[in-house]
Design a protein. Structure first.
Length: 356
């Protein structure tokens, strides 16, 4: 054999390309990577195969439609409880100034919304949590303290980044493989003209390749969010199986997607007749969380704050209070939910406050 012949042995013997120290590695990384790799290699003959193959899936009727509609009503009642002219039945009142302060992605997280009783009821719905339990192979789960998105057709909000496409993945280049499954509890219909999730089907298969081959390592960030320019999107669009599509759902459906799948929330078209109403819910195994993350999660919970869409990591506290233009605290911001949840053992375990 000549010295220049490359054999399998010599390739596997090569040290991996040296990257700079991985800022996301912690004592749980190996467990998460091993668990996710095992799940990813499986074959299930159900929706899990679709999720793993295409990067997203819709679980039809995860909860009954009537229940989903009643949650939408709870959310509408909450929106109407701020003493503004907002009347959900009257389109002329669908104005930004009549709504509680929203995030820059048109989601509601302030006024302790992540911990309103109805939001916890949504998180504790068996149909939603069972899907995640089935995927992760355990019912010892943590749940995210994320937001609710309500998008009114025709409501103009040019400051909002969701007024135009904002394709991104929610996973840092420093992670290996599947790390997070995100979820949308659909509480309204999403037809072709309605607001909904846009996904780039199959893109999750190429995200890590893109990071390695097309994204300068200098620009890698530990932040689990990478937005793409239109030129970068073209790299994905050249892949023959990558397909951009709007996910169409009915109330009670659950959308799941891999955080490596390119996605964004699309606003309803002006002539849509549906107020898009969704709750972001994501669950992951409780043993994925470090002690540090659990301590942070407990602290945020005790302050009725929100975090990110991750349940076990990225416990980035959202504790912003709401201030009036004159700088005074908005008296409607009580620092706690208007209707607190029942602090059952089940809820406290999902919140990471009690251990399993
Ligand atoms: Fe996202």
């Amino acid at each position: 054999m000549s010295a220049t012949t490359i054999t399998t042995e010599t390739i596997t013997d090569q040290p991996k390309l040296t990257l700079r120290p991985n800022p996301l590695v912690n004592e749980k990384t190996a467990l998460i990577e091993e668990t996710a790799a095992k799940i990813s290699a499986g074959s299930y003959k159900d929706w899990r195969d679709d999720l793993l193959r295409e990067g997203y899936v819709v679980i039809k009727g995860a909860i009954p439609k009537t229940k989903a509609e009643s949650y939408q009503k709870d959310i509408f009642n909450w929106l109407e409880s701020f003493g503004t002219e907002l009347n959900i039945q009257d389109k002329s009142t669908w104005k930004k100034e009549n709504l509680p302060a929203a995030s820059k992605i048109s989601s509601f997280t302030k006024f302790s919304l992540p911990h309103e009783k109805f939001f916890w009821n949504i998180r504790q719905e068996k149909g939603f949590r069972d899907a995640f339990a089935k995927f992760w192979g355990t019912d010892e789960l943590l749940v995210s303290f994320d937001s609710i998105n309500v998008a009114f057709p025709g409501l103009k909000d040019e400051e909002n980044i969701t007024s135009r496409p904002w394709p991104h993945v929610d996973q840092s280049p420093y992670r290996n493989g599947l790390a997070c499954i995100q979820g949308i509890a659909a509480l309204s219909d999403a037809g072709p003209k309605d607001g909904s999730l846009i996904v780039y089907k199959n893109s999750h298969k190429y995200t890590e390749q893109f990071f390695r081959e097309a994204l300068d390592e200098e620009s890698w960030s530990p932040r689990d969010n990478v937005a793409f320019t239109s030129e970068q999107l073209e790299w994905f669009e050249k892949k023959p199986d990558v397909q951009k599509l709007k996910v169409l759902v009915e109330p009670g459906d659950l959308i799941l997607w891999d955080s490596r799948t390119i996605h964004y929330g699309a606003q309803p078209e002006a002539d849509s007749d549906t107020i898009r109403t969704v709750a972001y819910i994501s669950y992951s195994p409780a043993n994925f969380a470090t002690e540090e993350s659990l301590a942070k999660k407990k602290e945020v919970f005790e302050k009725w704050g929100g975090t990110s869409h991750w349940a076990h990591d990225n416990i980035n506290p959202r504790l912003e209070r709401v201030y009036l233009p004159n700088g005074e605290l908005d008296p409607r911001d009580k620092g706690e939910p208007s209707n607190k949840p029942d602090l059952t053992d089940d809820l406290l375990k999902l919140a990471g406050v009690k251990s399993y």
